[in-house]
Design a protein around this ligand. Structure first.
Ligand code: GDP
Length: 297
């Protein structure tokens, strides 16, 4: 992840830092290279353009060009702008202090890693936050989806709502809320149904579940390997239901980084977690400053 982008940027900035004095033309040329590197990493065009404009505006100022280490200053500006693009200052990814049960609704397309991420979060909530979680699968479309969550629940030692064959998503959600209250669960994770594409039926179901469960968090799970498509999917969901954040999965793969870099700017929603593998402990809070550091080496 980010490897090729990181190599490209490191090359540009090493050259900038290697020179004593810089003029406006040097900065503009370097920014042209940065722009190409961002686009090759699959960053959405308007996002790349805005990034470059903003960095250039700050970097061609007299204070930067006349300073003792202009190259260093330009890199600092890029670093700050990158953090901004990735979502700004690091914040706690989940606020679990609301009145229990805090409902977390997981949404996303089929195969994005939604069920796995639900179990990963449940494990995190139990182990790291010391809170009691309950999980429920509302996926009545895909055969064995409910069973899959039950098996994962056993692996992470978090209870799942007993399966009642034939029950519809909204009714399962109501039953899950009741059960969470009865069990004094702190957090209820609802794993909703996925589809191959965003369609009206899916959105109608998401809205109905959202209406019943009034979730504290609505987390969209998207696959970072799908690049710009991941951002388009996020935009479609965001127009229909109020997302509170995004989980980007398969960050352990060789995604070029475009999804991570454009997500915040395009949707306005923060990336809260990164999925970094198939194992159930392979999830990390997404920290913009750490990611920016990784990209700039
Ligand atoms: P769902 O259809 O969205 O519920 O997708 P699943 O949770 O069933 O995940 C589909 C596949 O992706 C499974 O084989 C998961 O193990 C795998 N997967 C999920 N998240 C990650 C991740 O962050 N990294 C990797 N390498 N694989 C993942």
């Amino acid at each position: 992840m980010f490897d090729s982008l990181s190599d490209r940027l490191t090359g540009v900035f090493d050259r900038l830092r290697g020179r004593g004095a810089l003029n406006e033309q040097d900065v503009r040329e370097a920014m042209r290279e940065v722009r190409i590197a961002l686009l090759e990493a699959d960053v959405a065009l308007p996002v790349a353009r805005k990034f470059i404009d903003s960095v250039t505006e700050k970097a061609v100022g007299q204070q930067v060009l006349k300073s003792v280490t202009p190259g260093q200053q330009v890199v600092k500006i890029v670093n700050d702008e990158l953090i901004e693009m990735l979502g700004g200052d690091d914040a706690a990814p989940l606020d679990l202090d609301a009145k229990p049960p805090v409902v977390i609704m997981m949404v996303g397309l089929q195969g994005s890693g939604k069920t796995t991420s639900t179990a990963k979060l449940a494990r995190l909530i139990r182990e790291k936050h010391g809170k009691k979680a309950l999980m429920a699968s509302l996926d009545v479309n895909r055969p064995a989806a409910q069973e899959q969550l039950k098996v994962l629940g056993e692996q992470v030692d978090v209870a799942t709502l007993p399966i009642i064959a034939g029950q519809q998503p909204v009714d399962i959600a109501s039953r899950a809320m009741e059960s969470a209250k009865l069990q004094s669960a702190d957090v209820l994770l609802l794993d909703t149904a996925g589809r191959l594409h965003v369609d009206d039926a899916l959105m109608a179901e998401m809205k109905a579940v959202h209406g019943i469960a009034s979730p504290h968090e609505v987390l969209l799970v998207v696959d970072s390997l799908t690049g710009q498509d991941a951002v388009n999917v996020a935009q479609s969901f965001n127009e229909e239901i109020p997302l509170t954040g995004v989980i980007l999965t398969r960050m352990d793969g060789d995604a070029r980084g475009g999804a991570a870099l454009s997500m915040r700017a395009v949707t306005g929603k923060p990336i809260k977690f990164a999925g970094t593998g198939e194992k159930l402990d392979a999830i990390e809070p997404f920290h913009p400053s750490r990611v920016a550091n990784r990209i700039l080496g």
